[in-house]
Design a protein around this ligand. Structure first.
Ligand SMILES: NC(=O)c1ccc[n+]([C@@H]2O[C@H](COP(=O)([O-])OP(=O)(O)OC[C@H]3O[C@@H](n4cnc5c(N)ncnc54)[C@H](O)[C@@H]3O)[C@@H](O)[C@H]2O)c1
Length: 272
């Protein structure tokens, strides 16, 4: 297998967006390393992808552990002699008023959503520099491009991922390495049901969010791979994005009003 087939590592590959990206990569004959903290779902998915041919391997990984991330990425590189794609995608969602949050809540989300991405990028980038090619794709969010009230911690981590990724996009190009930030809006995955809700009635928030027109993970994965192919620094598939940008630029109070509405609606879900 070594030598000719492209190889990708996808963190958070056992569910939602990561899973759809793995499926899409396999359809393009890329061998995928599904890495996830969820062993059961990861192994089931590995079996599904390997039904017709050996297309994948599941590796248990907690992205917050630098040494484990280092071991997984290094072992893949040693075995396959290449690392074509690294998707730092694992992440969690968290809702809550800032005054309801503890410092432990902050540490939990920063550890997974930001340090998880830094750990992967730091190791994958050096390997890609050595081999002279490769593409790092970090999953941020539309919440990394603008405010996301009552999800400030989530938004903080995603802004940081956008900053890291778009800066590295230019820093890396001299070495033949491509770097992109994936910034989805609403994608129909388990993330909403799994989200940590701090002093918030999660079912109210989830119900509100599910009123949004959600994209399927499969649709998102196709758009993501197209954006990756074009080496876009930011891939942000948001319906009406251009129209909204124009409206908000011409009429900034519309954006402020929308953010205040988000606050008002989310606050109704607060447990008093
Ligand atoms: N679904 C959306 O609407 C949406 C929108 C914007 C951004 N995103 C981002 O997309 C990424 C994927 O989210 P999703 O919607 O597919 O969610 P998901 O819950 O379906 O999948 C997330 C995966 O990450 C794994 N994971 C969590 N913590 C981990 C850890 N410490 N180490 C390794 N794996 C871990 C989970 O086990 C799960 O398989 C996340 O970074 C999320 O913030 C999602």
């Amino acid at each position: 297998m070594a030598g000719y087939r492209k190889v990708a590592i996808v963190t958070g590959g056992a569910s939602g967006i990561g899973k759809a990206i793995c499926n899409e990569l396999v359809s393009k004959n890329v061998f995928v390393i599904i890495s996830d903290i969820n062993e059961r779902d990861g192994k089931n998915f590995e079996a599904e992808l390997n039904k017709e041919a050996i297309n994948s391997r599941f590796v248990h990984l907690n992205v917050t552990e630098f040494k484990s991330v280092e071991r997984v990425i290094n072992e893949v590189y040693q075995e396959f002699n290449r690392l074509d794609y690294l998707f730092n995608n694992a992440g969690i969602a968290m809702y809550g008023e800032l005054f309801d949050m503890s410092i432990e809540d902050w540490k939990e989300i920063v550890d997974i959503n930001l340090w998880g991405v830094i750990n992967g990028t730091q190791i994958g980038y050096k390997i890609m520099k050595e081999q002279g090619f490769g593409h790092i794709v970090n999953t941020a969010s539309a919440a990394g491009l603008g405010p996301s009230p009552i999800s400030s911690a989530y938004s903080t981590t995603k802004h940081a991922v956008v900053g890291l990724t778009t800066s590295l996009h230019y820093e890396a190009e001299q070495f033949g390495i491509k770097v992109s930030a994936l910034c989805p809006t609403f994608v129909d995955t388990p993330i909403f049901d799994e989200a940590k809700a701090i002093n918030i009635n999660k079912s109210i928030i989830t119900k509100q969010l599910k009123k949004q027109k959600m994209m399927s993970p499969q649709q998102l994965a196709k758009i993501a791979l197209d954006g990756i192919h074009k080496n876009k620094p930011v891939i942000c598939p948001m319906p009406m994005r251009r129209t909204m940008n124009v409206i908000f630029t011409i009429f900034p109070p519309a954006h402020s009003a929308l953010m205040r509405l988000v606050c008002k609606v989310s606050r109704k879900a607060r447990i008093v």
